[in-house]
Design a protein around this ligand. Structure first.
Ligand code: ATP
Ligand code: MG
Length: 345
């Protein structure tokens, strides 16, 4: 049985351009074994393009990738180009148009990776962040010179679907969900969030769950991260928790993410958590594992769980016993690391 997938590649800026080729090499290698063929359309959408053309992507950019099976992105952002350009000129339009309302961030501490925690072995959880509404809204504004108002937007549909995703995911894992809240201080939207999460939880009686205030949950992430399986959180809380979680796990260079349209009506987008890292760009220093793990998430999303597992297993083995890039205390460059990884795979 053979399958073909058409992927849109957006290497982007800086090390984004250095980590996408290793990721596609991994896809090709594992694909060959499983009868999966990938075809790629590589797009130059980036801050570099913005500097020449005045836009991160062409006006019909979203139409061009709407029919692809998935999007793999390296990183966008560059010194001198304000963050809101790459955000509003590329990332947010893609997330919105393709209803990528789930931001998924798996966190795992691999043997051989140093976490800032004294003992982080066995940490393995997932942050499910609401990616389409919540605190990051355009509702509000300035009133005169001394007042700013910013409204959070929570809809029944938006909260229900992210909660459903989290509970369904927990069913395939260790069957436990923590919902991040702050209903003692944020008295309108957060009780609404809590209420809907409780309603959706009732449909998954085999999943244990609890609500936890974001401040206490942040502390727990550091003090007792092994107790966590799936976290479901609003846009802002999820943003903060997933960066904290990536730090706990030990390397920004490894962390992957997915912007998912769970219904698979539109393409989902996978990208390493790290940015374009201008300080090391062009020096063959980038750790490609964040992009490679993101490619594994892409495989899983497209229904190739076994192939995805082979990639993460090779990551685990490589980190435990193989050489590593400098950010993880090793001494090989991106190119050499990728060659070794492919050989292992
Ligand atoms: P952004 O604003 O896009 O998030 P940033 O500057 O905040 O970018 P990164 O670009 O992720 O964050 O870089 C943070 C630090 O981590 C930098 O010192 C960078 O060199 C290092 N870093 C990030 N990604 C990698 C990687 N894949 N391999 C090695 N080092 C990395
Ligand atoms: Mg940053």
């Amino acid at each position: 049985m053979s399958t073909t997938h058409r992927l849109a590649l957006i290497p982007g800026d800086g090390i984004g351009q250095e980590v996408i080729p290793p990721a596609t090499a991994v896809l090709d290698a594992v694909g060959r074994r499983h009868g999966i063929t990938f075809t790629y359309d590589t797009l130059d959408w980036s801050c570099e393009r913005y500097a020449h053309e005045g836009a991160m992507m062409p006006a019909d950019g979203l139409d061009r990738i709407a029919g692809h099976d998935a999007i793999l992105l390296g990183a966008v952002g560059w010194p001198g180009v304000p963050d809101h350009v790459s955000l509003w000129g590329l990332l947010i339009p893609i997330r919105r148009r393709f209803a990528q309302y789930v931001n998924l961030r798996p966190i795992a501490v691999f043997d051989g990776v140093r976490s800032p925690l004294a003992d982080a072995s066995g940490v393995d959880f997932v942050v499910v962040r609401e990616n389409s509404e919540g605190e990051y809204s355009e509702v509000g504004g300035r009133v005169g010179t001394d007042l700013a108002l910013q409204e959070a937007v929570f809809t029944r549909t938006g909260v229900s679907r992210i909660a459903d995703y989290a509970f369904a995911l927990a069913e395939q894992r260790r069957k436990h969900v923590v919902s991040a809240t702050k209903s003692n201080g944020i008295i309108h939207s957060m009780p609404f969030w809590d209420e809907i999460v409780a309603e959706r939880a009732a449909r998954h009686p085999d999943v244990a769950w609890r609500s936890e205030h974001i401040d206490a949950l942040a502390a727990k992430l550091v003090l007792d991260p092994r107790s966590i399986d799936v976290i479901v959180a609003s846009n802002l809380f999820g943003d903060i928790l997933s960066d904290l979680a990536a730090a706990v796990a030990g390397s920004i260079g490894i962390a992957p993410s997915g912007n998912l349209n769970p219904e698979r009506e539109f393409p989902s987008m996978f990208e390493p958590v790290h940015g374009s890292a201008p300080d090391i760009a062009g020096k063959d220093l980038a750790n490609p594992l964040g992009a490679i793990w993101s490619a594994a998430m892409l495989l899983e999303h497209l229904g190739h769980a076994e192939a995805a597992e082979e990639v993460t297993a090779a990551m685990r083995a490589q980190l435990a016993e193989g050489s590593r890039t400098k950010d993880l205390g090793g001494d090989v460059g991106t190119t050499e690391f990728t060659a070794q990884f492919l050989a292992r795979l």
